[in-house]
Design a protein around this ligand. Structure first.
Ligand code: FAD
Length: 515
């Protein structure tokens, strides 16, 4: 017999996208306890500068004039993901996002903006090239949240570089701030920091509660309706990364520090099935003087080369696709990390990377750390960075010919709408011909792992026989991603985390409490 230290209808483990589930549960009349492992709310969701959600045809986009249809969006999503994940799960996501935005808009705490962001597979049927499937929450003044504003994770520059926290919450922080301020209006919702869920408690009728460690004390909390695991991935746990064969290094992940896979392990112990365990949301990693390679995008020049001095990817493509190309290079033996961005002097020494997500520090620090190199000629540069000199010269020559012709015959750089999104619609290819030449070091980064507990389209966790485990739900990066091995569009990770958290709470509200 378990001695319960406390009880509630719903336990939500994790305060990133999971807060959408906590909010829904509270609004639907269920008591809810959010348990957050770390000392701040928001997880990786709060690190996102945009906090974008891929929710096609939602009311915000429709008001902005989008002529998209849910069927077209589904056709695109399915064309990207294929049958790697269940079609009903894909449908639940694509068709459900719009309803979630409508649900949130009924509450004054939530206000949204359109942030156009082209889909990541622009050649596939029904890809949205104008970016009108992507929505963000409006910024929020920190003072509107009072003390709670000090308890929201991020921005990355505050945590990694000691920068001041801004007075305005934007992107993912605004999303978390708005959810927190809405949740705290419900007296039957409680928020707990420093409280990791460490175990699930099961009985004949499924999961009936959880063990939560609060300030070092283990407490059994009864959950009358269910437990939602929205505790991120396991990207910060080197042992789990190794066990499941996730490429890259925990040092280079962008995932929030509390994402150690504890909830995943609790789900496994309760008999859950898992899938996609070696997968993450990938990105090229711009290497900083602290040795960590960070998610980076918006390259306005330069090319990436491997040890052979050869290009291997469309450098202006979506970050996850570049990450996959890096992994393929490693797998086929063409690359051991690091790899290099080679660029010329037209913008000076600082590499043409406009969004490093963690801000660049002084240029000298990169030079001193051996991360940036300069030489008067390409062969000299090649010898400094240890790549094949002859190949580097011919790679740059060939690339410059593509620039002159306006077509990248090798990798199609600039062919898709996303490639041109950061260059005002112009070609993102810039020739490399102004000496001296420079090289900047890159690694492989990720935004979090995406393999996890297998769920159905109500976010109910399934056991290894494919049956729902009563009372157990998963969402976000704790759940085996609906997008499978792909990243169809900006806003998929946060969108799916919020949506499946919301659906889990609706399912619990429909079923009501047990016992
Ligand atoms: C710079 C940056 C920008 C990004 N931009 C976007 C974007 O615009 N759109 C998009 O869709 N995605 C974006 N991503 C990716 C996205 O932020 C993450 O994949 C997503 O937020 C993960 O959401 P989640 O709810 O699964 O986990 P998280 O937001 O990471 O939340 C998980 C929380 O659970 C807590 N936790 C862990 N274990 C436990 C436990 N056992 N018990 C209790 N709590 C626990 C963690 O401490 C954490 O707070 C971006 C990522 C980065 C780094």
């Amino acid at each position: 017999m378990t001695t319960w230290a406390d009880e509630t209808d719903v336990i939500v483990a994790g305060s990133g996208g999971g807060l959408a589930g906590a909010y829904t549960a509270a609004r639907e009349g269920l008591s809810v306890m959010v348990v957050e492992a770390s000392d701040e709310f928001g997880g990786t969701t709060a690190y996102s500068g945009g906090g974008g959600m891929w929710f096609p045809c939602n009311p915000v986009l429709r008001r902005a004039g989008s002529d998209d249809t849910l069927d077209a969006a589904f056709a695109y999503f399915h064309a990207v993901v294929g049958d790697r994940t269940p079609v009903e799960l894909q449908r639940a996501y694509v068709y459900g996002g719009s309803e979630l935005i409508a649900y949130l808009e009924e509450d004054d705490h939530f206000e949204f903006d359109v942030l156009p962001w082209p889909d990541y597979y622009g050649r596939l049927p029904h890809a949205r090239l104008d970016g009108l499937r992507h929505t963000v929450m409006k910024p929020l003044a920190a003072k509107r949240l009072g003390e709670l504003a000090q308890r929201i994770r991020g921005p990355l520059d505050r945590e990694r570089l000691g920068a001041e926290a801004p007075n305005y919450l934007i992107g993912g922080r605004a999303l978390i701030g708005r959810l927190l301020s809405a949740i705290t209006t419900y007296p039957h919702a409680a928020l707990h920091l420093n409280s990791p869920l460490v175990e699930l408690i099961t009985a004949d009728d499924g999961v009936v509660g959880a063990v939560v460690e609060e300030d070092g004390r283990r407490r059994a909390i009864r959950a009358r309706a269910g437990v939602l695991l929205a505790a991120g991935g396991f990207e910060n746990n080197p042992a789990l990364r190794q066990r499941f064969g996730v490429p890259g290094d925990a040092r280079d992940t962008m995932g929030a520090p509390g994402n150690l896979g504890l909830a995943l392990e609790a789900g496994l112990a309760a008999g859950a099935a898992i899938d996609l365990m070696d997968q993450a949301w990938w990105s090229p990693g711009f290497t900083h003087p602290d040795g960590r390679s960070a998610f980076s995008l918006w390259f306005t020049g330069g090319i990436f080369v491997n040890q052979d001095g050869k290009r291997f990817v469309n450098e202006s493509g979506p970050y996850d696709r570049i990450g996959k190309a890096i992994i393929d290079q490693i797998a086929c033996g063409a690359m051991t990390l690091p790899f290099w961005m080679v660029y010329d002097d037209r913008e000076g020494l600082v590499p043409p990377v406009k969004a490093t997500n963690v801000s660049m520090v002084e240029a000298e620090r990169y030079v001193e750390a051996g991360l940036w190199h300069t030489a008067d000629t390409l062969p000299e540069l090649a010898s400094k960075i240890g790549v094949n000199a002859e190949n580097l010269v011919s790679t740059v020559k060939r690339f410059n010919e593509f620039v002159a012709a306006g077509t990248d015959e090798d990798f199609g750089r600039g062919d898709e709408a996303y490639d041109r999104a950061f260059s005002g619609g112009r070609s993102p290819m810039v020739s490399i011909e102004v000496a001296p030449y420079h090289a900047a070091k890159f690694g492989l980064s990720d935004l979090g792992t995406k393999g996890g507990l297998v769920t159905d389209s109500h976010a109910r966790v399934l056991d290894t026989n494919g049956n729902p485990i009563d009372g157990l739900y998963a969402a976000g990066n704790t759940m085996a991603a609906v997008s499978g091995t792909a990243y169809p569009g900006g806003g998929n990770p946060i969108g799916a985390s919020m949506l499946f958290s919301h659906l889990a709470a609706l399912d619990m509200a429909t079923k009501g409490t047990r016992g």
